[in-house]
Ligand binder design. Structure first.
Ligand code: BES
Ligand code: MN
Ligand code: ZN
Length: 536
């Protein structure tokens, strides 16, 4: 999708569909809404007074304009209460603009947001008496409003269609699959007739916010593509190829380890999982060198399990196809690296993705087997379906030893227990460092990808005690997300480390207008916002 930003009149240029936000607590019509009402001879005001549109979150009402050279359609999008508006409000606004366009088979959209910039040149002062609805920037800030709208547009415009060949089949009901929106622009409009410098966004700053939103969405959409590709396409070698392509595009350093290099590194845990499959494993490493040569990097580590059958501890058949998404953590790390590369963030970041299948053959792990991890600790495999923590254990110790990161964050579709604990609205957050966890919570809040802490208290550790090895790979039913976190913490050592369990949030059915059912790309935005917060 082409995305641009303009500080100009949204009614001035042609566009298939122009979306305008309407807040439920707005008193009267101002700015572009007032202009729309004028052009439709008061029809918008009548729709409001009759209660047909109140500005409730999710309301939409579309008008057709007759004037040549301007928008053909204008959709008023309900955004809920302005007092409660946050970044997510504007992500949804962008998303609804695109969904409405799709419904009407329109492929170019614009969104106008008033009150972001001063209506008079700076210094000429003004009355400062903007009405509430014009000051929608107050809570979130103009840059965040524009960035979030941009994310909403670019994320909503994504779909996974690369494996569909029959889209043009005349017998196909094409109502199901409208053309994708290819162009979008955001208009920041001054509020007319109100000499004021209230919006403190400057046009250059807002253009930069557009660039940030676009990069976040591009990274997240890459993650969604990788997630959506099935197990027979997105193999460990495929993920490695995509990573090498990213390295080329963004100037990252890269290392790809295959089975031989893993033997040299004594990655007995990752290798034990990979031996159950004909697909060769890969350990993928990307190095973004945006900081000084001696600055220890931030490390992002993502589980890249390209298909999880459970192994000998086989999963039930029902729903097993969704285990192609078991590489979602790895996909988010690659997506985050792409965004970081696009933004050229001035910080060192290393992205690490251990990638394997978890299948069944004559060499597969068996319950009761004891394997030796890269860190030297031995693990008794109680359940071969707890494979994510095994491949992550070796990736964490590798990252620590080779990169000495100042902080290490892993993300993984690690446990069903996480889904039981937090459902689909927050990732579980566990770790060794309170400050780091606070940073991640804050980043998740900003990004609209929430995480919430679970306690990594000492008594839970006992559940991993083994008779025959240093630890077991499962700790029984109680607190499964926590014992999985404890397992990982054994391999993070004293590096400030945090773990995001994204089993309930990385994919699924969605209620959000800027996503579709399937791959969400979660937590790409969270990871990038966290890295951005470390830049300052
Ligand atoms: N990939 C699964 C976790 C998962 C479950 C992700 C549901 C997404 C949705 C992981 O490898 C797994 O199988 N975990 C087991 C661990 C258990 C055997 C201790 C689980 O959660 O059942
Ligand atoms: Mn599993
Ligand atoms: Zn798994």
């Amino acid at each position: 999708m082409d995305l641009e930003f303009r500080a100009s009149d949204p009614f001035a240029g042609p566009v298939g569909l122009l979306a305008l936000p309407l807040f439920s607590d707005a008193e009267g019509l101002t700015g572009p809404l007032q202009e729309l009402d004028r052009r439709v001879n008061g029809a918008l005001n009548r729709a409001r007074t009759s209660g047909d549109i109140r500005g409730k979150d999710g309301d939409t009402l579309t008008f057709y304009l007759s004037a040549e050279g301007g928008p053909s359609r204008v959709t008023v999008v309900g955004c809920g209460s302005l007092a409660d508006a946050d970044g997510e409000t504007f992500r949804k606004l962008g998303g609804r603009a695109v969904r409405e366009a799709e419904k009407l088979f329109v492929t170019d959209v614009a969104v106008a947001i008033p009150g972001l910039i001063p209506s008079d040149p700076p210094g000429q002062g003004g009355t400062g008496d903007l009405r509430e609805e014009e000051r929608m920037v107050n809570r979130v800030g103009p840059d965040r409003v524009v960035q979030a709208t941009d994310e909403g547009l670019a994320l909503a415009g994504w779909d996974f269609r690369e494996l569909i060949t029959q889209a043009d089949d005349p017998s196909h009901d094409d109502e199901d699959r409208p053309p994708l929106v290819t162009g979008a622009r955001i208009h920041a409009t001054p509020v007319k007739g109100n000499g004021t410098s209230h919006g403190d966004g400057d046009v250059e700053g807002l253009a930069e916010a557009v660039r940030v939103g676009r990069a976040l969405a591009a990274g997240q959409n890459l993650a969604r593509d990788l997630q959506s590709r099935p197990g027979n396409v997105a193999t460990p070698t495929h993920l490695a190829e995509v990573a090498l392509q990213l390295a080329e595009e963004h100037g990252f350093g890269s290392r790809i380890l295959g089975p031989e290099e893993m033997e040299e590194e004594e990655m007995g845990a990752l290798l034990s999982v990979a031996r159950g499959s004909d697909q060769e494993p890969r350990l993928i490493v990307l190095e973004h060198r945006g900081g000084g040569g001696d600055q220890p990097p931030l490390a992002l580590v993502g589980k890249g399990l390209t298909f999880d059958s459970g192994g000998i501890s086989l999963k039930p058949a029902k729903g097993m196809e969704s285990m192609k998404y078991d590489m979602s953590g790895g996909a988010a790390v690659l997506g985050a690296m792409k965004a970081i590369g696009l933004l050229g963030l001035p910080v060192n970041v290393v992205g690490v993705v251990p990638s394997s299948e978890n299948l069944i053959n004559g060499s597969a792990n068996k319950p009761g087997d004891v394997i030796r991890t890269r860190a030297g600790k031995t693990v008794e495999i109680i359940n071969t379906d707890a494979e994510g923590r095994l491949i992550l254990a070796d990736a964490l110790s590798y990252t620590r030893d080779h990169y000495g990161p100042s902080a290490m964050v892993d993300c993984a579709t690690l446990t069903g227990a996480c889904v039981v604990a937090l459902g689909h609205h927050a990732a579980a957050l566990l770790g060794s460092d309170e400050g780091l966890q606070d940073e991640l919570r804050e980043a998740g809040e900003l990004a609209g990808e929430r995480c919430w802490p679970l306690p990594l208290w000492k008594p839970y550790r006992k559940q991993l005690k083994s008779q025959v090895a240093d630890l077991k790979n499962v700790g029984g039913r109680p607190a499964g997300a926590i014992t999985a976190g404890w397992f990982l913490s054994e391999f993070a050592g004293d590096t400030p480390w945090a773990h995001l369990d994204v089993a309930g949030t990385a994919y699924g059915d969605t209620e959000l207008p800027y996503r579709r059912d399937g791959a969400f790309g979660f937590p790409t935005r969270l990871l990038v916002e966290w890295v951005r917060s470390r830049v300052g």
